[in-house]
Write a new protein. Sequence first.
Length: 209
Amino acid sequence: MKHDWKKSEKQFYAPKGEPEKISIPAMNFFSIRGEGNPNSPEFGEYISVLYALSYGVKMSPRQGLAPDGYFEYSIYPLEGVWDLKEEARAKSMEILDKDALVFNLMIRQPEFVTPEFAAEVIERVAKKKPHPLFSNVNFETITEGNCVQMLHTGSFDDEPASFARMEAYAEANGLNRKSKIHREIYLKDARKTAPEKLKTILRFTVVDH
């Protein structure tokens, strides 16, 4: 049976439009770091590289290269961990300077993808579709641990209101936001979806008071 994260991992990918606490276990990702405005043409290149690798894993059986334990699955959604450049973090900004953003974009990979197989996929896909960004790709295991998350519906520019609700929830439940770094999981393609219909999971890590 095909593994569909939308159905079998709802706790991670189908939160409600209200803040909730959740513990996120270790997960494996292809990831790539960068900085700058996500509305720039260059930003799309980072995304294209990650999807090329993710499809390289998914389609490996067609090339007779499937790893041990391979199973049919749906490709996981694009995610981004966002921060600000150090000099921008020191300033108080009423309007976010998107040129000062720092990001780590990633797409989760199934458990059967080992570091060795990931390296093989990067090498194989880079030969087939050469791009300088392939040399910047990492395969990493990330454990987020305790987090507050919620589903944000609407424009990315309206996210501060959702973060304010999440921070209020954390405070009311004896939790402190660990840092201003946060994660976004994109359930809709921003290139094909009207801003008011975008669905994005917002998440930040927390610690007890």
